[in-house]
Design a protein around this ligand. Structure first.
Ligand SMILES: Nc1ncnc2c1ncn2[C@@H]1O[C@H](COP(=O)(O)OP(=O)(O)OP(=O)(O)O)[C@@H](O)[C@H]1O
Ligand SMILES: [Mg+2]
Length: 377
């Protein structure tokens, strides 16, 4: 059977890894980009907060937001010879926001916007802005560069589909009645008064409330006035982003761990993706405990008493975890059918270099399979 990720990689120009915190989104994104390059499809992986050692092995020790080609020598040192170039970048949220304002805002407003403290706080703290920025960058890369494949990593999300709502949330912020009200001439003239505190529980009000302590209302008014002209651009981009995510050449790779609480999140996430009519190429179940190979038991039985007991205990614990994982995986498979699952074992060490990414890719590609997976057919 051809691995579903192999098919997705061949047929897609954008892959997005999604899932809850710490499950392996960044690892899987980098692995997919590496595999694409090895197979002859030039790739760019856009990572978000990669572990330092992974960033180093991808040559990303410098500043973020620029794409760097992984040098041939780095690949050679890992014993790999890719057939197409692989690029990687670290997404710098703050800088992407600034670039966005620089591109969108009329020249006379640019500096004003960038220099208000309100903007500075907003661009780093606005809920969902990370997700928005990631999507924004993706659109820009698709429009201005010609990578055959862009793999987008996503930030750890507290709420499953934050990144899908993000563009509309930004619009909500800009479009909100309260925001419009803030733009009235009265406000511009500095007559803001206490009405600001009657905005109710709206999103914009809550956001504003977070800053009023440190920012004067006049500055806020200036900011809102300056940013008001940007609405159209944001709205257009929100539609573009949505269209790109729904395109037949875009696929999502949902990453999860095999433990029960992770699986419930993954099932929920999967349902939301399906409701949003987004293509899910596969669910990667990462860090699965492999069953103890049958051949190992007789070998252990030959060990001296003292060692035998210790080994047996470890193997039994492992066997228990593997059984538990297998049960969870069967539940996930059923709940998310017909979306295929791809299992990746828990390795003894972190996946922080090209060699380990390559090892991981063997499972994504179907060159290697876990016993649990084989049993499921
Ligand atoms: N199969 C695996 N076996 C062992 N370690 C793994 C495996 N997959 C990932 N790791 C390690 O687990 C850690 C978390 O992985 P990763 O950073 O990819 O998760 P993430 O989902 O991107 O996290 P975050 O939500 O914080 O961005 C990393 O140190 C990574 O090297
Ligand atoms: Mg990550």
């Amino acid at each position: 059977m051809t691995s579903p990720l192999r098919k997705a990689l061949e047929g897609s120009s954008v892959l997005v890894t999604v899932g809850s915190g710490g499950v392996g989104k960044t690892t899987v994104a980098a692995t997919l980009a590496l595999r694409a390059a090895m197979e002859g499809k030039g790739s760019l992986v856009v990572t978000i907060d990669p572990a330092k050692r992974l960033a180093n092995s991808l040559g990303l020790s410098a500043l973020g937001n620029t794409e760097a080609r992984i040098p041939d020598a780095t690949f050679a040192a890992a014993g790999l010879g890719p057939q197409a170039p692989m690029h990687a970048m670290m997404l710098d949220m703050k800088r992407t926001w600034d670039e966005l304002i620089e591109r969108r805002a009329p020249p006379d407003k640019r500096e004003k916007i960038l220099n208000t403290r309100f903007y500075q706080a907003l661009s780093t703290a606005l809920a969902g802005s990370q997700e928005y920025v990631a999507m924004e960058k993706l659109c820009e890369l698709r429009a201005e560069r010609d990578y055959p494949l862009v793999v987008l990593d996503t930030p750890p999300t507290a709420h499953a589909l934050d990144f899908l709502d993000a563009p509309s949330r930004i619009l909500d912020f800009l479009d909100n009645d309260a925001a419009k009200w803030l733009l009235t001439p009265a406000l511009a003239a500095g007559k803001v008064g206490l009405r600001l505190f009657n905005l109710g529980g709206s999103y914009v009000a809550k956001t504003i409330a977070r800053f009023t302590g440190t920012e004067t209302l006049q500055q806020l008014a200036d900011f809102m006035l300056n940013i008001s002209g940007l609405n159209e651009g944001f709205r257009e981009r929100a539609h573009e982003t949505r269209a790109l995510l729904e395109a037949p050449t875009t696929s999502f790779v949902l990453v999860t761990g095999p433990m029960p609480e992770r699986l419930d999140e993954a099932i929920f996430f999967h349902t939301l993706l399906a409701q949003n009519k987004l293509n899910v190429a596969a669910i990667v179940v990462n860090r699965v405990h492999s069953p103890v190979p049958d051949a190992l038991w007789p070998q252990v039985a030959r060990l001296p008493q003292e060692l035998l007991r210790k080994f047996e205990k470890t193997l039994k614990e492992n066997e228990h975890l593997a059984t538990q994982d297998a049960r969870g995986i069967a539940r996930l498979r059923e709940a998310c059918a017909p979306t295929p699952l791809v299992l990746v074992p828990r390795f003894e060490r972190d996946v922080h270099d090209l060699r380990m990414l390559w090892e991981t890719s063997r499972y994504l590609w179907g060159d290697a399979r876990l016993q649990t997976d084989e049993a499921a057919g």
